[in-house]
Design a protein around this ligand. Structure first.
Ligand SMILES: O=C1O[C@H](COP(=O)(O)O)[C@@H](O)[C@H](O)[C@H]1O
Length: 246
């Protein structure tokens, strides 16, 4: 099992600022070690706040963005440009790093005809194309996961069949308990292809999910507690999400 660390910041804004600074260092370290960095992005409140802080960070360009691959852990399967797509909510960050050469791998948007399964297969193929020969996935340097109030991560929801899928790296998720109902998600085995997993949670409404996940009851009950990095698993929380002052 990888090393696990819990860091608690005063509030959500500080959490986003501190995580952004930490992420820039992690990406620069990955590039120093391997020349390139693979980062998996998350949607949701905390993921969006982190990306906004990253885009505005004075040390943003300490990272060589021309050697960064940006992936998504999940996406809401909606048409391109829909304001509820994770990639659209991250547009300010993506628009800041694209001109610097970052390779942005968005999950396919719904086009009114392509089944979500075909879109998932397409993203799996994109991932495989970036992997070492014979592998299905690149090794992600940092994988960001926003923890939902029900302890879901990516689009893997408690009690939902997606948490059990081991036959694919990317799946279509139907009847999601959180709108929209159709989503694309990396599976648990794919999420485990990361050196560092960072779980983000801020706010009182996340306290129960964090407490439950930290007891590791299993993926079917709390997917957030079932994802671990091969080198490190980092819980990045604010005081409200731990339910008491640190
Ligand atoms: O729908 C989603 O929600 C979660 C967490 O969102 P939050 O707003 O409760 O923080 C996020 O991890 C996931 O990427 C997203 O699609």
């Amino acid at each position: 099992m990888s090393g696990e660390l819990v860091l608690v910041h005063r509030d959500a804004a500080l959490l986003a600022q501190a995580a952004a600074a930490r992420l820039l260092t992690a990406l620069a370290d990955a590039q120093a070690a391997r020349g390139t960095a693979h980062l998996v992005l998350t949607g949701g409140r905390n993921g969006n706040a982190l990306l906004a802080a990253l885009a505005a960070h004075p040390a943003r360009d300490a990272v060589d963005w021309a050697h960064v691959d940006l992936w998504w852990g999940d996406e809401r399967y909606l048409p391109a440009g829909d304001p509820d797509r994770n990639a659209v909510q991250a547009a300010a960050f993506l628009d800041a790093v694209r001109p610097l050469g970052a390779r942005v791998h968005e999950m396919p948007p719904a086009d009114g005809g392509t089944p979500a399964e075909a879109a998932a297969d397409r993203y799996a193929a994109d991932l495989a194309a970036a992997a070492a020969p014979g592998a299905q996935l690149p090794v992600f340097d940092v994988l960001l996961l926003g923890v939902g109030p029900d302890a879901h991560v990516a689009s893997l929801f408690p009690g939902h069949p997606g948490t059990e899928r081991t036959d694919a790296t990317v799946i279509a998720v139907h009847d999601s308990p959180k709108p929209p109902p159709t989503r694309l998600s990396l599976t648990l085995p794919a999420l485990h292809h990361a050196r560092q997993v960072w779980l983000l949670a801020a706010g009182e409404d996340k306290a129960d999910a964090v407490a439950l996940a930290r007891t590791s009851p299993g993926a079917a009950t709390a997917p957030a507690g079932a994802v671990h990095g091969t080198e490190r698993t980092l819980w990045l929380l604010d005081e409200a999400a731990v339910g008491k002052p640190a």
